[in-house]
Design a protein around this ligand. Structure first.
Ligand code: GLC
Length: 643
C-alpha cells in the first residue's frame, strides 16, 4: 500500500493541496474529501483513463506502442512547447519521456523561486500522467554548482574549486545539499558531475572539471554521484539521478580543432591515452552506479562521439576488454545525447538519427524540434534502419531509471524539501566548501589579517562587490551575469560582516581605484568575467586590462597588497603576483563570500591545493601532469597552508 502522500498525486491533486488533504484524511474518507475539496481541473486525471500504467520496465515495454516508445526516447527543452505550432499538451500527444531546463530555463525566463519551479515541473508532469499508460516524465537540469538556475538556491564553488579542496567527503555533502534543493523544485535528474579531465586550460569548460589528473576526477566524481544518488545507486524518492559527462574526451581536444568551439574539437589521441586519461573517472562513475551518461560534442580521431558505436556500445555499455586489456564498463544506465548534438553528425538528419540511436544513444536531447525527431525516428525504424531490439533496449534503460528514482510512486514534487532551498544550514556547507577551495599562492607575512588591530584596510577591484562575477557561468543564466543576480554574499559584504573592531578602518574604493587614498593593507579582487562553454575558450589566458590596472592602482597605494582572483582556471598573473604581498586563487561559483573572509582573517587556515598546473605563459599550454610540461609558475598540488 503506497503512503497516503504518494497516492494522492495520482488523483490529480496538486502537491500544495496534499498537506491540506492529508490533514482532512485523518477525519473523513478520501471519497468525501475529494467531493468537497477543489481539485485542480488542469491537473485532474479522469480516473477512467489512468490505469497506473505498468508495474515494471519490462511490463511497460510489453504494453507500449511504437509511438509511446519513440516519445520515451525524446527529451524536450521546456520553452519548445511555447514555440509556434507546439503546445504543452504535446507531452501527452507524443508521450514525451523527458523535459529539461537548459541554462537559465526558469519558469518565466531566467531565475524563478523554488516554489515556482516546483509548480512548473508538476504542471509538465500532469500532462505526462494523462497518457494511456501514465508513464511519468523525468525532468532534468544542470545543477552543476548547486541548483544554479534557481533564484535563492545555495551555490557552491564550481568543480575546479571543489577539486582544490581535496575533500571528497565534503563533495558528497555538497551534492547531498544540491540534491535536496533539486528535489525541492520537482527536478529529479541533474546533468552532473562533469567527470572530464581537462588537459588544456584554454578550454572554456575547464572550471567544470575537478582536476587535470584522472584519479582526482575518479575520486571526486564518485563522491558527487554518491551525494546525488546515495551509496551504491540507492536512488529512490530521496535521491536524484546523476549524469557522468561528457563521454568521452571533452577536455582532451586539440586546440584549434573545434569549430567554432574547442568543446566540439577532436581528440587526436590513441586508445591507450584515452584509457589512461579520460576513461578512469567513468569507470569510477559506473562502479558507483551512475544512472546516466551524457555524450560529448567532441570527436575522437575525426569521428563524432555521438556517432561512435564502438565508444558507446562497446567501451561504455559493453563487457570484455579492449586491445590494451582495459575493461569495458558494462554500463547499465541510459545514455543521453547533448543539446542538439546529433544534428552535428552530418547534414542528413535521417542519417544523424539512425546513426546516433544505433551507436547506443538511448535518449535524445533534441531539444526543440521534437516532432521532427520523432517522425524521423519513426521513419528510420519502419525502414528497418533501426532494429526494434535497439529501441526496446533504450526504452528499458530509461524506464529502469524512472522506476529506480521513484517517479512511478511519487511523480510530483515532495514539497517538504522546498522551504529548505537556500537555507542557512545549506549555506553553511557552501561556506565551508568555499573556505576549503581557496588556494594561497603567495604570502609575505601579511595573512592572516587582524580583526582587532589598528590599520586602514582598502578594498577594491571589480570583483569585490559583484555577486554575478563571483558566481561565474551557469548561474541563474547559462552564461552568468553581473551584480545581484541571486541571494548571496559578496567578498566586500563578507568583510563588512566579519566582526572587525572599529580600529580597523575600512575604505571601499570598488572600481574607482585611481582616487587619492592610502592604506596599510589593500584587498583587490579581480578575475574573469562570467562565461560558459565555448564563450570561455581563450588563447591568451590574460587578465583584462581593466583588472590589471585595478591591481596596479590599489597595490601602489597601500603598504601590503592582497590580490584575490576569481577565475575559472589558472590565468597569466606574473605581473600581479609580483605586485602583491599575498595572492589567493578563489575560483568561481559560491554564493558564500564569508568563506573567503574566514581564512583572510584567520578563523580558519588555508587548505586548498591546485589541481591544475599554473602556467607562466599561455604558450606552455597544454601544460599538465600528464604531458611532462616543465617550467610552470605553480605546479599541480601547490598551495601554502595554513598561511
Ligand atoms: C549543454 C552542455 C551540457 C548540458 C546541456 C543541457 O550544451 O554541453 O553540459 O548538460 O547542454 O543544458
Amino acid at each position: 500500500m503506497q503512503s497516503v502522500r504518494s497516492f494522492l498525486p495520482r488523483l490529480g491533486l496538486r502537491p500544495t493541496r496534499i498537506i491540506l488533504v492529508t490533514a482532512l484524511l485523518s477525519t473523513v474518507l478520501v471519497v468525501f474529501a475529494q467531493a468537497v475539496l477543489p481539485v485542480h481541473a488542469a491537473h485532474a486525471r479522469p480516473a477512467a483513463t489512468f490505469t497506473a500504467g505498468c508495474i515494471s520496465p519490462s511490463d511497460c515495454v510489453s504494453k507500449m506502442t511504437l509511438p509511446e516508445k519513440e516519445g520515451q526516447m525524446t527529451q524536450v527543452e521546456k520553452n519548445a512547447f511555447t514555440q509556434s505550432g507546439n503546445s504543452i499538451s504535446d507531452i501527452t500527444t507524443y508521450f514525451i519521456g523527458s523535459v529539461l531546463s537548459g541554462g537559465g530555463g526558469g519558469p518565466n525566463g531566467a531565475g524563478g523561486t523554488a516554489t515556482q519551479w516546483a509548480d512548473m515541473v508538476d504542471n509538465f508532469q500532469s500532462y505526462a500522467l494523462k497518457t494511456r499508460l501514465g508513464i511519468p516524465l523525468i525532468y532534468g537540469a544542470d545543477a552543476v554548482h548547486g541548483h544554479n538556475n534557481v533564484y535563492g538556491a545555495t551555490l557552491f564553488p564550481h568543480n575546479i574549486g571543489l577539486g582544490a579542496m581535496h575533500d571528497p567527503a565534503l563533495i558528497t555533502q555538497v551534492e547531498q545539499v544540491t540534491r535536496d534543493e533539486v528535489l525541492g523544485t520537482g527536478v529529479r535528474w541533474t546533468f552532473a558531475p562533469c567527470v572530464c579531465t581537462p588537459q588544456d586550460i584554454r578550454w572554456g569548460r575547464t572550471y567544470e572539471g575537478y582536476s587535470e589528473v584522472p584519479s582526482d576526477n575518479s575520486t571526486d566524481g564518485a563522491a558527487a554521484i554518491v551525494g546525488f544518488q546515495g551509496s551504491n545507486g540507492a536512488l529512490g524518492t530521496s535521491n536524484i539521478l546523476a549524469t557522468a559527462k561528457h563521454f568521452i574526451g571533452d577536455g582532451h581536444t586539440a586546440w584549434g580543432t573545434g569549430s567554432p568551439y574547442l568543446n566540439e574539437g577532436d581528440d587526436q589521441i590513441t586508445e591507450q591515452q584515452l584509457d589512461t586519461i579520460d576513461l578512469p573517472p567513468y569507470q569510477a562513475a559506473v562502479n558507483n552506479k551512475v544512472g546516466s551518461v551524457m555524450i560529448s560534442y567532441s570527436s575522437w580521431n575525426g569521428l563524432k562521439d555521438h556517432a561512435n558505436q564502438y565508444l558507446i556500445s562497446t567501451k561504455l555499455k559493453g563487457t570484455g576488454t579492449d586491445s590494451y586489456g582495459t575493461p569495458n564498463l558494462d554500463f547499465q544506465g541510459f545514455v543521453v545525447s547533448d543539446w542538439q548534438a546529433i544534428d552535428q553528425i552530418s547534414s542528413d538528419y535521417n542519417y544523424d538519427v539512425r546513426t546516433a540511436i544505433n551507436a547506443g544513444i538511448d535518449m535524445v536531447m533534441v531539444p526543440d524540434k521534437y516532432k521532427t525527431f520523432i517522425s524521423t525516428l519513426d521513419t528510420e525504424i519502419k525502414a528497418g534502419n533501426i532494429p526494434m531490439t535497439r529501441i526496446d533496449d533504450a526504452v528499458t534503460r530509461i524506464l529502469t531509471a524512472k522506476f529506480a528514482v521513484g517517479l512511478f510512486t511519487q511523480p510530483y514534487t515532495d514539497r517538504s524539501y522546498t522551504p529548505n532551498v537556500g537555507s542557512a544550514a545549506h549555506r553553511a556547507v557552501a561556506r565551508q566548501a568555499e573556505r576549503e577551495s581557496l588556494v594561497l599562492l603567495k604570502n609575505n607575512s601579511v595573512l592572516p589579517l587582524s580583526k582587532t588591530g589598528s590599520y586602514t584596510l582598502v578594498v577594491g577591484g571589480d570583483h569585490a562587490n559583484n555577486l554575478g562575477y563571483q558566481l561565474g557561468g551557469w548561474s541563474i543564466t547559462w552564461q552568468g551575469g553581473s551584480g545581484t543576480t541571486t541571494v548571496g554574499t559578496t567578498l566586500w559584504q563578507a568583510i563588512q560582516q566579519a566582526g572587525l573592531s572599529s580600529s580597523v578602518k575600512l575604505k571601499f574604493v570598488g572600481t574607482q581605484t585611481k582616487g587619492h587614498y592610502t592604506g596599510d593593507v589593500g584587498i583587490v579582487a579581480v578575475g574573469e568575467t562570467p562565461y560558459a562553454e565555448g564563450n570561455g575558450d581563450t588563447n591568451t589566458l590574460a587578465l583584462s586590462s581593466t583588472d590589471a590596472t585595478e591591481v596596479s592602482d590599489v597595490c601602489s597605494r597601500v603598504t601590503k597588497c592582497i590580490v584575490v582572483l576569481f577565475s575559472g582556471r589558472p590565468i597569466i598573473i606574473n605581473t600581479q603576483l609580483n605586485q602583491s604581498s599575498a595572492f589567493v586563487a578563489a575560483w568561481i561559483g559560491s554564493t558564500e563570500g564569508e568563506g573567503i573572509t574566514d581564512v583572510l582573517f584567520g578563523d580558519y587556515g588555508f587548505s586548498g591545493k591546485l589541481t591544475y598546473t599554473w602556467p607562466n605563459s599561455v604558450s606552455q599550454e597544454p601544460c599538465n601532469q600528464n604531458n611532462g610540461c616543465t617550467g610552470a609558475l605553480f605546479s599541480y598540488g601547490y598551495g601554502i597552508t595554513p598561511f
